[in-house]
Design a protein around this ligand. Structure first.
Ligand SMILES: C[S@@+](CC[C@H](N)C(=O)[O-])C[C@H]1O[C@@H](n2cnc3c(N)ncnc32)[C@H](O)[C@@H]1O
Length: 294
């Protein structure tokens, strides 16, 4: 792997590799706004070596996310904003699904389902007793409160938490579980680096409350964990100065990038999977007029 950008033009820089390593290459204060959704804890196997989300314990996951976001904070301008969408997980016996570029394009991977023993051997299966936070297992069946724990940890790292927006999902797959309610919302945290930061609330024109009714995903069918375009559109509209630079350290199919380009901002995206950068480039070419700029 080289340290050259995967792609660079006047509007877009795509960096390929581990995000913590790639973030270290960004100069201090060089981005104006960060909008991202990291891999959730024990939700998916992206099938790429070095991927986040399958750490040995939720505590390791939280520590790793905090380390990534401390580095992102260094790269953020003093008057910048950071919008973080992250979901929770239950403490339960669980094997994660494999998720890939191919799956995103062509539906679920066909073939025999992996057995529990095979999943364990591949590091894709976990018992609730292994869900350690602060050295103790989270009680079986309990929500682990990972978004909240991460947000509190980030406050300890110096971030100023300004909003906890509720993303109320208007369309999402019902859950089969019978002894609790279906999870139909996720948090989006708005953090600032300094007490005074660039924010254009007026630009949201009537959408300025902290409950956002948006579909579950962009439905683009190209990435199994993408958020809807409207989500980063709102974050960037309010939280990034015109002409500024938007960073997504977990770029995936480039939903944040498309939003940034549509709004006349520049984009820096980082991902460990080159197939996703290819999806993002194809998407910008298809959806963004005048990309790349002549
Ligand atoms: C939840 S998805 C992001 C989806 C994105 N918002 C979109 O619209 O498609 C998380 C992404 O993080 C990437 N990823 C996982 N581990 C990574 C790592 N160590 N460094 C960089 N990217 C990583 C995955 O390849 C995946 O694309």
């Amino acid at each position: 792997m080289t340290d050259d950008p995967y792609h660079r033009d006047e509007q877009v820089t795509l960096l390929f590799g581990d995000t913590l390593k790639q973030l270290r290459t960004l100069p201090d204060g060089s981005v104006d706004c960060i909008v991202t959704s990291p891999p959730y804890y024990f939700q998916r196997d992206y099938g790429v070596e070095g991927q986040y989300g399958l750490e040995g314990t939720p505590q390791e996951y939280l520590d790793r996310m905090r380390a990534v976001f401390r580095e992102a904070r260094r790269a953020l301008a003093d008057d910048g904003t950071f919008w973080l969408n992250v979901g929770d997980a239950y403490s339960q016996r669980k094997a994660v699904r494999r998720s890939s570029h191919q799956e995103g394009l062509h539906g679920a991977i066909r073939g025999a389902r992996e057995s529990w023993v095979e999943s364990r051997a591949a590091g894709r299966a976990r018992m609730s007793s292994e869900n350690l936070i602060g050295g103790r297992p989270v009680t079986e069946k309990s929500m682990m409160m990972l978004p909240e724990r991460l947000a509190i940890g980030m406050q300890d790292d110096g971030w100023i938490l300004r909003n906890r927006i509720t993303w109320a999902k208007t369309f999402c797959t019902p859950e089969s579980v019978k002894d609790r309610l279906s999870g139909k919302s996720e948090p989006i945290f708005l953090f600032a680096k300094s007490p005074r930061y660039w924010f254009d609330r007026e630009a949201l024109a009537g959408e300025d409350g902290d409950v956002w009714h948006l579909p579950a995903s962009s439905g683009a069918g190209t990435h199994t964990a993408s958020y809807p375009l409207e989500l980063p559109l709102r974050c960037i509209t309010a939280g990034c100065r015109p002409g500024g630079v938007v960073l997504d350290p977990f770029s995936g199919s480039g939903t944040t990038g498309e939003a940034a380009l549509r709004l006349g901002r520049r984009y820096v995206g980082i991902d460990l999977n080159p197939a996703y950068h290819e999806l993002a480039k194809a998407r910008f070419a298809r959806e963004v007029p005048l990309w790349p700029a002549a």
